[in-house]
Write a protein that binds this ligand. Structure first.
Ligand SMILES: [Zn+2]
Length: 246
C-alpha cells in the first residue's frame, strides 16, 4: 500500500500547508506530529456499468503519492449499486467511513462502534492503529452528484441556489445570477464559511461531525469541472472562432 510517496513528500506537503485555514482551525492540530501524519483524500463518483447499472464508488488514498496509476494508489472504501442502495444505506456506510477516519486521526482504535455500541478493535499490536502514525482528512473530492449525496445537500443544479459554496442563483433577476462571471462578480462576496455551509446547505450527515471538518476540504472533481464541462464548451467555440478569423 502506497501512503508515504517519494522521499521528502511528507515534509514538502506540510511545509506548503502548515498555515492552511482548515489545519489551523483543526481541534486536534496540537496533537498532530506532522512528521508522522499522512494527509489523505476521500474520492467519490458514480460509475456506469453493464446495461447502464450505476455504482457509487468511494475510495481513499494518500495525497503524498503521485505519478502512478490510481489502481496503485487508491484503495476502495465501498461500491454501492445505486438501484439497490437507499440514502440510508449510504448514510450508514459513511458513518463507518467517518468513524474509521476518526481512528486514523487519533492513531488509536476506538472501543465503541459508530453507533455507540462496544466493539473489540485492538489487534495484537495493542491500541495503536499504525505504530504512532496518524492520518488526517485533507481533501474530500467528488462530482456534484456525489457531494450532494454525501452531505445530504439542499442545493442542486436545479434549485434556485445552484452552488454549495456561495450564494450564486439561477434567477435571472438577481445580481447573484451564476452566469455573471469575472473577478467582481457579486456572488464572490457570498462565499460560505464552515458554519454557514452546515446550517444552510447540509441536512444531517456524518461528514460534518468528523473532528476537524472544514468547508475548504471539499473539492469538485477536476475531471468533471474541466474535462467534461469547460473543455467541451471551449472546444465547441474553437471552430466558430476559426471561421471568424478566416
Ligand atoms: Zn459558488
Amino acid at each position: 500500500m502506497r501512503l508515504l510517496g517519494p522521499p521528502g513528500a511528507l515534509q514538502d506537503f506540510w511545509a506548503a500547508n502548515h498555515d492552511a485555514p482548515w489545519l489551523l482551525a483543526h481541534p486536534y492540530r496540537s496533537q498532530l506530529d506532522l512528521n508522522r501524519t499522512i494527509p489523505i483524500f476521500i474520492h467519490g463518483d458514480d460509475a456506469e456499468s453493464h446495461r447502464r447499472r450505476s455504482f457509487m464508488v468511494v475510495s481513499w488514498g494518500s495525497l503524498l503519492v503521485s505519478g502512478c496509476s490510481p489502481f496503485d494508489s487508491n484503495m476502495l472504501v465501498f461500491a454501492g449499486d445505486n438501484a439497490q442502495c437507499l440514502h440510508e444505506t449510504y448514510n450508514v456506510l459513511n458513518c463507518w467511513l467517518c468513524w474509521s477516519l476518526t481512528e486514523l486521526l487519533l492513531g488509536t482504535f476506538l472501543d465503541v462502534d459508530p453507533f455507540g455500541s462496544p466493539i473489540q478493535r485492538a489487534g495484537p499490536g495493542g491500541r495503536q492503529v499504525a505504530g504512532g502514525w496518524k492520518a488526517v482528512l485533507a481533501c474530500h473530492k467528488g462530482d456534484e452528484a456525489y457531494l450532494q449525496k454525501a452531505y445530504n445537500m439542499v442545493t442542486t443544479w436545479n434549485s434556485e441556489s445552484v452552488c454549495w459554496r456561495c450564494g450564486a442563483s439561477k434567477g435571472a433577476n438577481t445580481e447573484l445570477v451564476y452566469t455573471t462571471h469575472g473577478p467582481n462578480a457579486p456572488h464572490r462576496e457570498t462565499l460560505l464559511d464552515t458554519a454557514a455551509f452546515i446550517e444552510q446547505v447540509c441536512r444531517e450527515n456524518p461528514f460534518v461531525r468528523l473532528p476537524g471538518f472544514h468547508i475548504d476540504l471539499l473539492q469538485n472533481d477536476w475531471l468533471h469541472c474541466v474535462d467534461l464541462a469547460i473543455v467541451p464548451e471551449c472546444a465547441g467555440s474553437v471552430p466558430c472562432c476559426h471561421r471568424t478569423c478566416v
